[in-house]
Ligand binder design. Structure first.
Ligand code: ADP
Ligand code: ZN
Length: 519
C-alpha cells in the first residue's frame, strides 16, 4: 500500500486503516485500472473513490442517481475540508454556474453529478476542458433494466469510456446478483475492469421463515421477544400496513405506519421519530428504508413475501448495522406466491421480463421452502459460497423433518382434479378432510371419491402440502379465477405412481409460530 494513501486516509478521513478490500481498490485506481466494486451497504464504498480523488490529479466526477444521496455525501466531505460539490436540478441557475466555474478552474476534488446532467452537451463540453481524476459510477445496478432502480441514462455512460479511455472508472453497487453483475459489466463496458467482491454475509443477523398460521398472532409472539427494541415490519399493501400498525398500537407497542400514500410531512416526521426515539416499530411498505442508517435496528419482520431475494437481502440488511445480534423473520403462506404471480402477470412488462420475474420469485420461494441453511441459500443466490451450515438460522437450529408425502400429494392432486380445478386450497382441504360446509353441500362434493380421504392430516398440515406442491410447480394457480388450483404437467408422473415426493414437515403447532425452537 502506498504510504501516501494511508497517510491521507488518516489525515483527511481520520480512519486508522483500510477495511476489507478498500486498500486494494484504491491502489488499483491509483495505478490507472478500472474497477467493479460489490460491497454490502455500510461496507465503505465511498472511500474507494474519494481517496483516489484526493491523490490523483484533477477532479473526480461521481455519477449518482439521487439528489439526496449527493447531499449526504458532499456535506460531510466539506466538513473534512475536501473540496466537493454537486450539480443537479436542486440548484438555482446561478449556483450551478458557480459550481461549473469551480470545476473549470480545477478547484474541486470531487464533483457529484446526476446522469442526465452529465450527458448534456454543455457538461460534456466542460469535461473536455478540465482534468479528470477518475469517473465513479455509484449505484451501478441502476443500469440494469430488470431492477426496480432502472435509470435509462445509465446506459449511455459508456461514452465516458469511449471519449476518455485513459481515465480510470470505478462502478459501485450493493445490489447485484450474478445476472445483474453481468449486465453491469456489459452495459458499462467494464469487461477489463477488475472485480472486487466483498462478502455479503451478515453474520450477526439470524434468519428464520415461519409458515403462516394466523399472521397477526405470530407477529405478536415474535414481537414479544423483542420488547423495547427498534425494528421494521414490512407488509405488501398500504392497507395492511395501516391495519397492522393499528393492531400493534392496540397491544401497547409504539408502532408507526409508513407508506407512499402518506403526505411527505407525515413520512418525514415518522422517519425522524424512528431514527431518534427508542423502541419504535415501523410498520411499512418497501417505500421505507432506502438511505435509513439506524445502527440499532434489532429486527426486520416480513408479513408478506418480499419482491425478490435481492430485495429481501436489502430489507433485512437494515437490521444489526451495529454488529450486535439481530433477527430477520418472515411469515410465508401459499397465498403470497399466488398474489405475487398475479402481480407479475397483470403487470405491463414484456414477456421476457415477466419470465425473469417469475424466475426470481421461484428463487425466493425456494429460499422459503428450503430445508437447508438459510444463510447458505441466501449467499448462494449472490454467487457466494458459505463454508458449511451457519448453525444460527432456524433450519440449522432445528433441522426440519421431511416425510414421504407421495400418498398425501396424490390425494391432494386427485382432489384438485375431481373438484374441477376451480377452487382454492381451503375448499379442497375441506373436501379432503370430509368437512360439512355450505360450499361442500352447494357443489355436492360429499359425493366425490376423494371426499374424506385425507382425515389423517390436520388442515395446517394440508396447507403445508398444498403450499409445497405450488412451490414445487406440481400445482399452479389460475390467475383469472381467484387463484383456483390447477394441475401442471409436472403433476402427472406423481399421479401415475412414477415418482415419490418428500416434503418438509410442518412444525408442530407450538413451534410453528416462530419457525424455530431455539432462542
Ligand atoms: P456504503 O456506501 O458502502 O454503504 P459508506 O461509504 O457510507 O458505506 O461507509 C459506511 C461507514 O463506514 C461510514 O460511516 C464510513 O465513515 C465508515 N468507514 C468507511 N471506511 C472506513 C474505514 N476504513 N475505517 C473506519 N470506518 C470506515
Ligand atoms: Zn444456517
Amino acid at each position: 500500500m502506498s504510504s501516501s494513501a494511508l497517510a491521507t486516509l488518516r489525515r483527511v478521513f481520520g480512519h486508522s486503516g483500510f477495511r476489507g478490500e478498500q486498500g486494494a481498490i484504491v491502489e488499483h485506481l491509483l495505478a490507472g485500472g478500472d474497477a467493479l466494486v460489490l460491497m454490502p451497504t455500510g461496507g465503505g464504498k465511498s472511500l474507494c473513490y474519494q481517496l483516489p480523488a484526493l491523490l490523483r490529479e484533477g477532479t473526480a466526477v461521481v455519477v449518482s442517481p439521487l439528489i439526496a444521496l449527493m447531499q449526504d455525501q458532499v456535506e460531510p466531505l466539506r466538513q473534512l475540508g475536501v473540496r466537493a460539490a454537486f450539480l443537479n436540478s436542486s440548484l438555482e441557475a446561478a449556483e450551478a454556474a458557480a459550481v461549473e466555474r469551480q470545476f473549470a478552474d480545477d478547484a474541486l476534488d470531487l464533483l457529484y453529478v446526476a446522469p442526465e446532467r452529465l450527458l448534456t452537451p454543455r457538461f460534456l463540453g466542460l469535461l473536455e476542458r478540465v482534468r479528470i481524476a477518475l469517473f465513479a459510477i455509484d449505484e451501478a445496478h441502476c443500469v440494469s433494466q430488470w431492477g426496480h432502480d432502472f435509470r435509462p441514462e445509465y446506459r449511455q455512460l459508456t461514452l465516458l469510456h469511449e471519449r476518455w479511455p485513459e481515465v480510470p472508472r470505478i462502478a459501485l453497487t450493493a445490489t447485484a446478483d450474478a445476472p445483474t453483475r453481468r449486465e453491469i459489466v456489459e452495459r458499462l463496458a467494464l469487461q477489463d475492469a477488475r472485480q472486487f467482491i466483498s462478502s455479503f454475509d451478515r453474520p450477526n443477523i439470524r434468519y428464520a421463515v415461519a409458515p403462516r398460521d394466523g399472521g397477526h398472532r405470530q407477529l405478536l409472539e415474535f414481537l414479544a421477544e423483542h420488547r423495547g427494541e427498534s425494528g421494521i415490519v414490512y407488509c405488501l399493501s398500504r392497507r395492511k400496513v395501516e391495519a397492522t400498525a393499528e393492531l400493534l398500537a392496540g397491544h401497547g407497542l409504539r408502532a408507526l405506519a409508513y407508506h407512499a400514500g402518506l403526505d411527505a410531512e407525515t413520512r418525514a416526521e415518522r422517519q425522524r421519530r424512528f431514527l431518534r426515539e427508542e423502541a419504535i416499530v415501523m410498520v411499512a411498505t418497501i417505500a421505507f428504508g432506502m438511505g435509513i442508517d439506524k445502527p440499532d435496528v434489532r429486527f426486520v419482520a416480513h408479513l408478506d413475501l418480499p419482491k425478490s431475494l435481492e430485495g429481501y437481502y436489502q430489507e433485512t440488511g437494515r437490521a444489526g448495522r451495529d454488529g450486535e445480534p439481530a433477527e430477520a423473520w418472515m411469515a410465508y403462506g401459499m397465498g403470497d406466491a399466488v398474489l405475487l404471480r398475479r402481480m407479475i402477470e397483470d403487470g405491463e412488462a414484456s414477456d421476457e421480463r415477466k419470465r425473469l420475474e417469475h424466475a426470481k420469485l421461484d428463487a425466493l420461494i425456494g429460499y422459503c421452502e428450503s430445508t437447508g441453511c438459510r444463510r447458505q441459500a441466501l449467499l448462494a443466490y449472490f454467487g457466494e459460497p458459505h463454508p458449511g451450515a451457519c448453525g444460527r438460522c432456524d433450519n440449522c437450529l432445528s433441522p426440519p423433518r421431511t416425510w414421504d408425502a407421495t400418498e398425501a400429494a396424490r390425494k391432494a392432486l386427485s382432489c384438485v382434479y375431481r373438484t374441477g380445478q376451480r377452487f382454492g386450497a381451503a375448499h379442497v382441504i375441506d373436501v379432503l378432510r370430509g368437512a360439512d360446509t355450505a360450499k361442500v353441500r352447494q357443489f355436492g362434493h360429499a359425493a366425490l371419491s376423494t371426499y374424506g380421504i385425507g382425515r389423517e392430516l390436520d388442515a395446517a398440515q394440508w396447507r403445508g402440502v398444498f403450499r409445497q406442491l405450488v412451490a414445487a410447480g406440481l400445482l399452479d394457480t389460475d390467475l383469472d379465477s381467484h387463484g383456483a388450483l390447477r394441475l401442471t404437467a409436472a403433476a402427472k408422473p406423481l399421479l401415475r405412481g412414477e415418482r415419490t415426493l418428500h416434503l418438509r414437515a410442518e412444525p408442530p403447532r407450538r413451534e410453528r409460530r416462530r419457525g424455530a425452537t431455539a432462542g
